[in-house]
Design a protein around this ligand. Structure first.
Ligand SMILES: Nc1ncnc2c1ncn2[C@@H]1O[C@H](COP(=O)(O)OP(=O)(O)OP(=O)(O)O)[C@@H](O)[C@H]1O
Ligand SMILES: [Mg+2]
Length: 400
């Protein structure tokens, strides 16, 4: 079998990041960002391994770039590899390289990224997704520094690289439940850089909004829109589950839609505007009005409506948002919970409820399982429903 191509980013300088509107410095003035800047300055010069943690979209990769840029290795390569979704064989070959003939399509010897980053930095993103087997392989490399290419029967060379890793998983919890090796965790977690979510550093939002308004206006060659104070208040109060990546996307949409005009609350995307009253303390004069108002619906409620009322398929309404990290795992679990409540805990019925064809059942389950969103169905079972179902199926079905 030929191996598929991995998503590997290689860059020997930071300039390549400018092209895709990614910042090359941390925009922000909150205490949290200042503290993070100081920690990066302190950690960068040493060779100690760094584990960067934080929710999706908070800036883990950006911080890894800054560590490299501010280290003595800055003139050597920084090579990035995202470990999520790669089969072991490909991940191993990307890391360590392979020898000619080791699999179909391996026409010549090829070095892996650990060699390509010699004297530089390797950034392993989403390290928490590594399989138990690959965790052992990585640990072995960290202990010996030796590279054994896939298909080779002995070690090929030793390399000097600094390892920086990142994850949005709670690795301590993964260690406790046995899914991540404790010895590897201790090796990786020498210096920990924890990036707080955007909602905990709302002081940074006006600066980020301004920065990305300018960046996207220049990139799309359109006049820069002006955000009114009321609209900015809404952006500041939003929860930003997808953190800075989500804010960037929202600002890009605003830049493209506003055509250089004034952006008031009514022009904000509904998913952002929708949460405002739920988070903002109501001014005293508005209390009576708020008491009368219809409760504000969350972004997730709107998604559930899309599925149940608009009859949109899960694959078009929810899946792309989750994959683009515009909704969190918690949001996805809320959607699944809504499905379980309405089907008395029956995933097969949920497939139908969420407007997917029955043959998508396995794909749906494996998607939820992969992202740790396959909720136990038992507590959603009512006695009447399980009797009904047993009667209908003539057995005591598991609900799965
Ligand atoms: N403080 C910041 N200032 C400006 N831009 C930022 C900041 N933090 C992150 N960004 C931008 O937000 C986007 C997401 O950041 P990044 O890819 O580093 O997040 P991440 O934590 O690695 O996300 P994921 O967990 O989803 O991989 C990038 O385009 C990055 O340049
Ligand atoms: Mg990342």
């Amino acid at each position: 079998m030929p191996l598929p191509t991995a998503g590997v980013g290689r860059e020997s300088t930071l300039s390549s990041t400018v092209a895709h509107a990614g910042a090359v410095h941390l925009v922000g003035r909150s205490d949290a960002i200042r503290a993070l800047e100081a920690e990066i300055d302190c950690a960068a010069p040493s060779d100690a391994k760094i584990l960067i943690t934080g929710e999706t979209g908070v800036g883990k990769e950006l911080v890894a770039r800054l560590v490299h840029k501010r280290s003595a290795r800055a003139s050597a390569p920084l090579v990035t590899l995202n470990c999520a979704g790669l089969p072991d064989s490909l991940l191993e070959s990307e890391l360590f390289g392979h020898v000619r003939g080791s699999f179909t399509g391996a026409y010549r010897d090829k070095p892996g990224i650990l060699e390509a980053a010699r004297n530089g930095t390797v950034f392993l993103d989403e390290v928490g997704e590594m399989s138990p087997r690959m965790q052992v392989v990585l640990l072995r490399f960290l202990e010996s520094g030796e590279i054994q290419r896939v298909g080779a029967d002995r070690s090929h060379t030793r390399v000097d690289v600094r390892l920086v890793t990142a994850t949005n998983r709670d690795l301590e919890k993964e260690v406790a439940n046995g899914t991540f090796r404790e010895d590897l965790f201790f090796r990786l977690n020498v210096i920990r850089l924890l990036i707080p979510p955007l909602r905990e550093r709302a002081d940074d939002i006006p600066l980020l909004v301004d920065y990305y308004l300018r960046t996207y206006s220049q990139m799309h060659r359109v006049p820069q829109p002006e955000i009114t104070p009321d609209a900015l208040d809404i952006l500041i109060a939003h929860r930003w589950p997808g953190n800075i990546r989500q804010l960037k996307n929202v600002i890009e949409r605003i830049v493209l839609k506003a055509g250089g005009g004034v952006v008031n609350p009514g022009n904000l995307p509904p998913d952002v505007a929708g949460n405002i009253a739920a988070r903002k303390p109501a001014p005293a004069t508005a209390v009576a009005q708020v008491a009368d108002a219809t409760p504000v619906r969350s972004h997730v409620d709107e998604l559930i409506d899309l599925l149940l009322k608009n009859r949109e398929s899960f694959w078009s309404a929810v899946y792309p948002l989750f994959m683009a990290r515009d909704m969190t795992r918690k949001d996805l679990r809320t959607v699944v919970q809504a499905g379980l409540e309405r089907t008395n805990g029956n995933y097969r019925l949920m497939v139908e409820l969420f407007n997917m064809p029955p043959e998508d059942y396995k794909r749906f389950l494996s998607f939820l399982r992969k992202h740790d969103c396959l909720l136990p169905f038992q507590r959603f079972r009512t006695v009447a429903a399980s009797r009904l179902r047993s009667a209908a199926l003539g057995n005591t079905g598991t609900g799965a």
